[in-house]
Design a protein around this ligand. Sequence first.
Ligand SMILES: NC(=O)C1=CN([C@@H]2O[C@H](COP(=O)(O)OP(=O)(O)OC[C@H]3O[C@@H](n4cnc5c(N)ncnc54)[C@H](O)[C@@H]3O)[C@@H](O)[C@H]2O)[C@@H](O)CC1
Ligand SMILES: [K+]
Length: 524
Amino acid sequence: MIRAWTPKDIRAAEQPLLDAGHGPPLMARAAAAVAAVCVRELDAGHVYGSRVAILAGKGNNGGDALYAGAHLARRGARVDVVLTADDAHQGGLAAARASGARIHRLDDRGASRAAELLRIADAVLDGIVGTGARPGLRSPVRELVANWTPARSERQIVIAVDMPSGIDVDTGEASDDCVRADCTVTFAGAKPGLLLPPAAGCAGNVEVVDIGVPLADETTATARLNPSDIAGRWPVPGPHDHKYTRGVLGIVAGSSGYPGAAVLATGGSRACGVGMIRYVGSDHVARAVNAAYPEVVPGNGRVQAWLFGPGIDPADDDRMSDVRRYLAEAGDTQLPCVLDAGALAAVEAADSAVQRTDPPMILTPHAGELVALMTRLGDTDVSRSAVEAAPAVWAQRAARRTDAVVVLKGPVTVIAQPHGPTYAQGEAPSWLATAGAGDVLAGIIGAITATSSETATGKSLPALAGYAALGVMTHGLAAGRASGGGPIAAGDIAAALPAVIADHLAGADRRPVGEHSTRGRAQR
Ligand SMILES: NC(=O)C1=CN([C@@H]2O[C@H](COP(=O)(O)OP(=O)(O)OC[C@H]3O[C@@H](n4cnc5c(N)ncnc54)[C@H](O)[C@@H]3O)[C@@H](O)[C@H]2O)[C@@H](O)CC1
Ligand SMILES: [K+]
């Protein structure tokens, strides 16, 4: 798992070290790590004579970049420093100068020279601003970056120092003019904006460098599960388990308009190793589910978790009364529930007067459904463009408003909870954007919840957020496996799940074709 801390918490952890006079060694470690990554990316044999441009602002982020530039100049790189502010980190500037780097100013006379240096550089280090800055870039560096980014050559490597300059490192918001890096070398721990959409798309590969600042797991703000986490988190049956101890999932899904949604959700669940599935719906849909999966048991009964909603029409009184009834019963016994699609219409605000006792809930909206939910709950600021610009902010807001885990689906899916870290998972290939993929995901999350939530702690919202993140990641990995780089249909994802789970349980380190992370080269 990659953990991220807010700059505020990182500063608090650094403060005792700074007070004790350890600031310079921290910066030296940070700079050495940036230089090492740059050497590796340039291919160590080609550092001598390569052109490196350093964008250095006036803060410590610029200082890191300047010291890194000094390392590279000593390795024989031709280093050009562009000072983007009216001041610079004096120690870093002196080190860069002493090592032979050339220094340029981004003033009226220097602007065209700076643009040319960026154009011809083999590698660019972005030390414009770091965690001490406000989001966005200021003129004139904003124009410099805006003109350079679209014209960049494919072979040029851009390394962000600590974070891509311009992003909102707390919320993950990013304007068009942020630096777009291939790689971000970040210090002490990752920062939320490096994992959260859309800013994560500006960070490229995130490399965390331990510079000796102790950070507590309890203060994690944002996290991303890695495929290697499957081995420690997946609910694996023991020799004495039987179908009831493994976990039974109840599913209320499907309608005459969308019978396939019930089949897809059930297919996602059964591929995850649930003990048993009980299906509740119309006879017509139940027949379709049973024709596909004879092991599914029709009708209500004892379950360990419920999944409500795939393919349900909120105007369908029969299904919605099932949802409301089982939701109320689940509230009495605190049975965890996953609410997807049509069932989101049954969610009330946590402080609503009409609210019965809520069970622990995972809600799985896409952006449009989140807008509808928040509008219904009385939020007047919500809009699709607002949600897309700041998915984590809105998922967190919805989680607090409903006192539930909120899985906001998108290219990078954000999983927020009322108290505790927000997860961001971006494994899914773009081919996953296909009808029915969300039904499969809801089934996967339902299955993990039914098979993991035996104890009281296992039913807590932080535990449910972890199941949801695990489900989202595994869904993305299975989609990558099924796709192999080409098109997929929703049913293919369920078919690929058992092998993906088995490989990672066996600790398989290989990454089959198509199983990729979004943390590749930045989208330009
Ligand atoms: N504190 C530490 O112990 C360490 C900090 N390190 C580096 O220090 C950075 C933080 O340094 P600082 O606190 O000096 O902050 P920055 O380097 O982000 O610089 C902030 C300064 O830039 C200006 N500024 C603010 N918003 C701006 C904007 N939107 N556009 C342009 N200029 C803006 C302000 O004058 C502000 O003083 C980290 O990101 C990291 O790179 C590393 O050296 C490792 C150790
Ligand atoms: K930076």
